[in-house]
Design a protein around this ligand. Structure first.
Ligand code: PEP
Ligand code: MN
Length: 336
C-alpha cells in the first residue's frame, strides 16, 4: 500500500496516521523523494482504504500488492519522464539515443565521437571510465582523469554524459561530471550502491542483472526510489542463456512486460544484448517495436581497435544508418 502525503502534513496528522496504521497492524516506512512524500505500508489485514484516504494530510492512497511498490504502474498510471535539462527528456513519447564507445580511451576519441553524435543530433554520450571486466588484466578504464577530460569536451558541445558507477565511494568523486549514473549488470543487486544512488538527485540508468529476473530488476529500482530518488530508468541488456552463438540473449519480452509493470522509462541496450556487431541494428529496431523509450548503443570510429567490446561496436557508417532507422521505427510505432 502506498500513501501519498500532502506536502504540508503536520506532525499531529502524522501521529493520527501512525495510530491508524498500528490499529490495522500495518508497518509504515516514510519515503521522502525530491518530488514527494510517501508512506509505504506492508500488512495483511483487510480494511477499507477510504478510512485512511479521508485523513487530513493524506493526498491519496493506493493498494499495491506487488513486492515492489513505488516503481509499480499500479499506483502511477502516467509514465515517468526524466528531464535532463536543455530540452532533453526521456520517456513519455520522447525517443532518446545514447551512444558512444564502451570505454573512454583518449582525448582524440572523445572529440571524434562528439563530432559524430552532433552530426546525428544525438545528445547523450555513453562511455565507461570505470570498467567492470571479466579479466583483471583487461583495460579497466581511464578513471576520474578520463572523466574530467570527457566532461570538458561534452560541456563545450552541449552533450550529456552517461557513465557507469561501480561503487558507492565513486559517487561523490564523479557526481559533478555526470548527467546519468549507469549501474551495470554486475552491480544490479548491489544494494548498498542502490541505497546510495537513492540519496542523490541525478538520474540513474539501472541495468538488468546478467541472470536477473524482471521482478529482481524492479525491486532493485525500488531500492533507489525508496531512498529518495525517483529519477530512474531501467535497461534491458540481455540475459545469460544456454545459447552460445551470441554473448547474451536480448529479452525483448522483458521490454514489453516492463512497460506494463512500471511507470519508469525502459531503455534497450542491443550492443550487450546480442554482443555481435552484425546484428546490433536488428535487435535495436526490434527493441523499439517492443516498447523501448530509448536505446543505448556502442559506437567507435574503428571498432577493431576499441579497448573493450569492439566485437559488438558499430563504426560511424553503421551507426549513421542505425540512428536514422531507429527514429523512423519509433515514429512508426507511435503512429500505430
Ligand atoms: C557497458 O555498458 O559497457 C557495460 C559494461 O554494460 P553491462 O553492465 O550491461 O555489461
Ligand atoms: Mn561495453
Amino acid at each position: 500500500m502506498i500513501i501519498q502525503l500532502e506536502k504540508n502534513i503536520s506532525e499531529d496528522q502524522i501521529q493520527t496516521l501512525k495510530t491508524k496504521l498500528k490499529d490495522i497492524s500495518y508497518k509504515g516506512n516514510r519515503v521522502k523523494t525530491q518530488f514527494s512524500d510517501y508512506v509505504i505500508c506492508v500488512g495483511k489485514t483487510d480494511f477499507d482504504i477510504r478510512s485512511i484516504g479521508i485523513l487530513d494530510g493524506v493526498r491519496d492512497i493506493h493498494k499495491v500488492s506487488d513486492a515492489y511498490k513505488l516503481v509499480s504502474k499500479k499506483w502511477k498510471v502516467e509514465d515517468t519522464q526524466i528531464d535532463l535539462g536543455d530540452s532533453i527528456q526521456i520517456g513519455t513519447g520522447n525517443f532518446e539515443i545514447m551512444a558512444g564507445p564502451c570505454s573512454i580511451e583518449s582525448e582524440e576519441q572523445i572529440a571524434s565521437t562528439i563530432a559524430h553524435l552532433k552530426e546525428n543530433n544525438v545528445k547523450i554520450m555513453r562511455g565507461g571510465v570505470y570498467k567492470p571486466r571479466s579479466s583483471p588484466y583487461s583495460f579497466r578504464g581511464l578513471g576520474i582523469d578520463g572523466l574530467k577530460m570527457w566532461h570538458e569536451q561534452t560541456r563545450a558541445a552541449g552533450i550529456k554524459i552517461i557513465t557507469e558507477v561501480m561503487m558507492t565511494e565513486q559517487i561523490e568523486e564523479i557526481i559533478d561530471y555526470v548527467d546519468i549514473f549507469q549501474v551495470g549488470a554486475r552491480n544490479s543487486q548491489n544494494f548498498n550502491l542502490l541505497d546510495a544512488l537513492g540519496k542523490v538527485d541525478k538520474p540513474v540508468l539501472l541495468k538488468r542483472g546478467i541472470s536477473g529476473t524482471i521482478d529482481e530488476l524492479l525491486q532493485a529500482a525500488e531500492y533507489i526510489f525508496s531512498n529518495g530518488n525517483e529519477r530512474i530508468m531501467l535497461c534491458e541488456r540481455g540475459i545469460r542463456s544456454y545459447e552460445s552463438a551470441y554473448r547474451n540473449c536480448m529479452d525483448i519480452n522483458a521490454i514489453a512486460m516492463l512497460k506494463e509493470k512500471t511507470h519508469l522509462p525502459v531503455i534497450a541496450d542491443p550492443s550487450h544484448g546480442i554482443g555481435v556487431r552484425q546484428f546490433v541494428d536488428k535487435v535495436a529496431l526490434a527493441s523499439i517495436m517492443g516498447g523501448a523509450d530509448g536505446v543505448i548503443v556502442e559506437v567507435h570510429s574503428t571498432p577493431e581497435k576499441a579497448f573493450s567490446d569492439g566485437q559488438q561496436t558499430l563504426n560511424y557508417q553503421e551507426s549513421n544508418r542505425l540512428f536514422d532507422r531507429m527514429r523512423k521505427t519509433f515514429n512508426l510505432r507511435e503512429s500505430f
